[in-house]
Design a protein around this ligand. Structure first.
Ligand code: ATP
Length: 294
């Protein structure tokens, strides 16, 4: 029987993020195209005699019951009355609270790892339902790729083609409260919604430039009105060679897209030279997988 498992857990961006309705229960109905990128954390799982023990190289995440990995493990241990315990080492690369679903992808990997280590034989569908109990992005992270998400973000329809996009992400040294941004979003006033159909068409036809120009995030204006410096950052990324800049989730991470890898390498170098050290600047690319078992 397997005792140890190492998993690579990839981050997520939204090529389209639209909010179409605010329900009476407070949930927002969304239309999103979610996309895995090859920026990843490494998680190492080991069976132990008892308990849930977390170790991490990051000072920014909790190691107790607040950690999404702990919550995911706890959910399965309680639900299936599992014998023994688990130790998880979390090696963090995905910036925390950056709108990149770092915690969600770690939680998804934990469900997958425990499913394997304890031979639970849960299907992807079952793992996604369990994931929804932990957070709206977790069901997507179970498989990743390129996915249309509707409802409150948990109704998923995989799209057949993953676009090959090169990008540089810039994570400024401050965080944005997702709840606060959604609360300030006023769906009554005229705001231009992203064009989902145009994006789906561009993805089907695999036209890179059309895909890049169809990318849009409804929350951009809300976040940028509150954090003026993000407008400056957007301009800088454009000036330094990006074809397009997209805000990730509710921010503050900004994504600069280029037409190829060489252009992304140049953009990364220029932004590193221009921005203070506290800004995380990382070149990455889109990928068709969320979690990789090593
Ligand atoms: P999303 O895009 O899904 O809203 P995010 O990328 O903005 O998420 P995360 O990196 O998942 O944000 O972190 C959100 C919060 O979750 C942080 O306050 C962090 O302390 C907490 N957290 C708990 N467990 C983890 C984990 N394993 N990795 C990262 N953050 C975690």
């Amino acid at each position: 029987m397997v005792q140890d498992l190492a998993l690579t857990t990839q981050a997520k961006i939204n090529l389209i993020l639209d909010v179409v309705n605010r329900r009476v229960d407070g949930y927002h109905e969304v239309e999103m195209i979610m996309q895995s990128i090859d920026l990843a954390d490494e998680l190492y799982f080991t069976k132990i005699e008892e308990g849930i023990i977390l170790e991490t190289d990051s000072t920014k995440i909790p190691t107790g019951p607040q950690n999404l990995v702990y919550k995911a493990a706890n959910l399965l241990f309680n639900k299936y009355n599992l014998a023994g315990g688990i130790k998880v080492k979390i090696s963090k690369t995905i910036p925390v609270a950056a709108g990149l679903a770092g915690g969600s992808t770690n939680a998804a990997a934990t469900l997958i790892a425990i499913n394997k280590l304890w031979e639970l034989n849960l299907t992807v569908h079952e793992l996604r339902s369990l994931g929804a109990e932990l957070g709206a992005d977790v069901p997507f992270c179970i498989k990743g790729g390129t996915v249309l998400a509707t409802g409150i973000g948990t109704e998923l329809e995989p799209l057949k083609v993953t676009p090959r996009l090169d990008l540089v992400l810039v994570n400024p040294p401050f965080s944005v409260s997702t709840a606060e941004i959604y609360q300030s979003l006023d769906l009554e006033t005229a705001i231009k919604h992203p064009n989902l159909d145009e994006m789906i068409q561009a993805l089907k036809e695999e036209k890179k430039l059309d895909i890049i120009f169809a990318m849009d995030n409804l929350l951009t204006h809300v976040t940028m009105n509150r954090y003026e410096e993000l407008k400056k950052l957007e301009n800088l990324i454009l000036e330094q060679g990006a074809k397009k800049v997209l805000m990730s989730g509710s921010g503050p991470t900004m994504l600069g897209f280029t037409m190829n890898k060489a252009a992304a390498e140049k953009l990364e170098a220029r932004l590193r030279a221009k921005l203070p050290k506290e800004y995380v600047v990382k070149r990455t690319k889109t990928t068709s997988q969320g979690i990789i078992i090593k």
